[in-house]
Write a protein that binds this ligand. Structure first.
Ligand code: HEM
Length: 362
């Protein structure tokens, strides 16, 4: 009797929701959503893991905001307070820093896997382009967040980074001034970077992520062309089969993150002293190392340009070429430029990994 009443109440509640939200349409959509099953299916988890890590960043970032102060006189001390006085503050900060790094890594893995699995082919060009912008925003999160503790390495790395921005032909000097809030890295830079980090970048990322995920829902996950031509690719229902596997992947990611954050607490270093000479061996975060080291290797002048200008033009063109992949990856007759894609992708991965390692040890 009680059970029958409970079922009736649940039905009435469902009817109420259905009338107001059209919930049944969502349920029907999810019931029909499928994911192709093949030897590369595991790569499809990386978009979701990146999303999960972004969620962790938002949650831990809000907690850090409760104590952090964005001024040159208080920033370092407020982080020190979080580390020593706030209960579990050290863990929250360590998770935020480690998760930021893992998110950059998984976003790169996700990008290269959709490139090789051909997830960018018609009609998914905008999914690819929104992804490229999301990667740019993720790197901007890293660059702006790095300065916030106001420690020596962050201060001088930001000086080097914003100097490089200043070398961009034409718009560079104005852009560098805009980023720094003046000609030097000062407290004004810190306050600006804080604004970018906690307001501008989260708003842009949330909007773009909404578009990216809406496009993924609209077109479904693609099947690689070499399987499509064989016909009849086995599919797995998204709910519950893929979703449960994705949740296991998140659980694993959380395990790795928790282990790194607890066993290797993120260091704070010394407070920045703008009047002190730059310490030796200043280098940017690992994800900028390949570009940084490449620029360092260039001769002082290339043709009429200074080395940094020429290098930045080259790196910019390379990034544009990669972003435009959906537009050169397939010939007008519909045949793929397989060798060009594989060659570009493999060379990019080889360059990023070797130059990052070389840049780290130089
Ligand atoms: C903040 C960063 C990002 C998040 C949170 C994210 C999230 C996701 C998710 C959840 C999916 C569906 C599952 C999957 O295929 O993995 C997806 C698909 C996709 N993403 Fe991303 N992504 C991000 C960055 C990127 C980047 C950097 C690119 C490439 C430039 C990219 C391109 C794509 C494409 C083309 C698909 C469709 C794949 C297919 O249909 O086979 N995404 N993304």
């Amino acid at each position: 009797m009680e059970r029958a009443m409970a079922v009736q109440a649940a039905r009435r509640w469902q009817g109420w929701l259905e009338e107001r939200l059209g919930w049944d349409r969502v349920r029907m959509f999810l019931a029909h959503k499928e994911v192709p099953v093949h030897s590369g299916t595991a790569w499809y988890y990386f978009g979701g893991i990146t999303l999960f890590l972004f969620g962790i960043q938002v949650a831990t970032g809000i907690l850090l905001l409760l104590y952090y102060r964005p001024t040159a006189t208080e920033a370092y001390e407020s982080v020190q307070f979080i580390l020593t006085r706030v209960e579990f503050g050290w863990l929250i900060r360590s998770i935020h820093s480690w998760s930021a790094n893992l998110m950059v890594l998984t976003a790169f893995i996700h990008m290269f896997s959709v490139a090789f699995l051909r997830g960018w082919r018609r009609p998914r060009e905008l999914t690819w382009l929104s992804g490229i912008l999301l990667l740019g925003l993720t790197l901007a999160f890293g660059f702006s967040g790095y300065l916030l503790p106001w420690n020596t390495t962050a201060y001088f790395a930001t000086k080097v980074g914003t100097d490089l921005v200043g070398s961009v032909p034409l718009a560079g000097p104005a852009l560098a001034r805009f980023l720094r809030g003046g000609d030097e890295v000062t407290g004004a830079t810190l306050t600006r970077f804080f604004g970018f980090h906690v307001a501008v970048l989260p708003a842009l990322t949330t909007a773009l992520l909404g578009l990216h995920l809406a496009l993924v829902q609209r077109f479904g996950i693609s099947t690689p062309p070499w399987l499509e031509s064989r016909g009849d690719v086995p599919q797995m229902p998204f709910v519950p089969n893929f979703l449960l596997r994705e949740l296991m992947a998140w659980y694993l990611a959380l395990g790795v993150l928790g282990m790194l954050a607890a066993l290797f607490p993120w260091p704070l270093g010394e407070k920045a002293d703008p009047f002190a000479p730059a310490p030796a061996g200043i280098r940017p975060e690992w994800y900028f190392l390949a570009a940084f080291y490449t620029l360092k290797l260039l001769p002082s002048h290339i043709w009429v340009l200074e080395s940094e200008q020429a290098g930045l033009i080259g790196l910019g063109l390379l990034a544009l070429w990669w972003a435009a992949l959906p537009f050169w990856g397939v010939r007008p007759d519909g045949h793929e430029r397989t060798r060009l894609l594989t060659g570009t992708g493999v060379l990019l991965i080889a360059w990023l990994s070797t130059f990052s390692v070389l840049g780290y040890f130089k």
